[in-house]
Design a protein around this ligand. Structure first.
Ligand code: HEM
Length: 229
């Protein structure tokens, strides 16, 4: 497939006097992302509250133990639906490429900020793709095991030994997704100028040139450039 065809529909370069910006996420994708983020945070806090007696005090945030137990699975349904609506918009751009192997093999240069030594990167680098697929996989595990232990609706259909295994798997997947979440937020803050992609929807031309040069070239190649306004 030609490079230009891989460009995502809303992505485009805007040239204004003294400033070049690049559209990275439209308003719907951003709303989708922040609903997903809110759902995961609510899930992590309510889940930790139920996980260990020392964290039970967190149930006060949800109106007590009973309410926390009742709400937690519904937050999970919101996360699952919201994440997978987001997933449908992004999965293609997150497919692995040969550049990713090279990028990972040069992880030392990534950490020490020697970006000029790295291969040119498309819309997402291998680290972003790892987070994307890790979240996608862990959310499936969490919803599947969560449904198995959702006493109010499904637990009577699941034998107790299976429920025990499901609960253990659920807890392990939850710890892993919290780690992935921390990594994601850290990377977003560490790479300066990234957060505005998810707040304003745009990044600067300099950011795109420095971190995702191949993506920028693809946009130019596809003539996704608005002239000066
Ligand atoms: C306070 C929490 C969060 C912050 C500050 C945050 C920040 C960001 C930022 C800045 C981007 C744009 C990165 C880029 O395009 O280069 C992004 C993308 C993304 N975020 Fe988050 N995020 C948060 C929570 C979450 C959660 C909870 C999830 C999923 C469970 C999530 C999933 C994603 C995905 C899938 C992308 C697209 C990147 C890709 O496809 O590789 N984010 N986030």
């Amino acid at each position: 497939m030609a490079e230009a065809e891989r460009v995502q529909p809303g992505d485009a370069i805007h040239v204004k006097p003294g400033e070049i910006t690049v559209n990275r996420y439209g308003p719907l994708a951003r709303a989708n992302h922040w609903i997903t983020a809110a759902a995961l945070i609510l899930l992590a806090v309510s889940g930790l509250a139920l996980f260990d007696p020392s964290l039970f005090f967190l149930t006060a945030l949800f109106g007590g133990g009973q309410n926390t137990r009742a709400l937690h699975p519904w937050f999970g349904v919101v996360l699952f639906v919201s994440f997978y609506v987001f997933f449908l918009q992004l999965w293609r751009a997150n497919l692995p490429t040969r550049t990713d192997v090279k990028w990972v093999s040069q992880i030392g240069d990534v950490i020490s900020g020697n970006e000029e030594k790295l291969p040119e990167v498309g819309k997402y680098n291998a680290g972003q793709k790892f987070i994307f697929w890790a979240m996608a996989g862990l959310i499936v595990v969490l919803i599947a095991t969560g449904l198995m232990v959702w006493e109010a609706y499904f637990a009577e259909y699941v034998p107790i030994p299976t429920q025990r295994a499901a609960l253990l798997t659920h807890a392990i997947a939850a710890v892993l997704i919290i780690c992935v979440f921390i990594l994601h937020v850290y990377a977003g803050i560490w790479t300066r100028g990234t957060l505005r992609a998810m707040t304003k929807g745009t990044v600067t031309g300099g950011w795109a040139y420095r971190h995702h040069r191949k993506w920028l070239r693809q946009l130019v190649g596809a003539r996704k450039v608005d002239p000066a306004e």
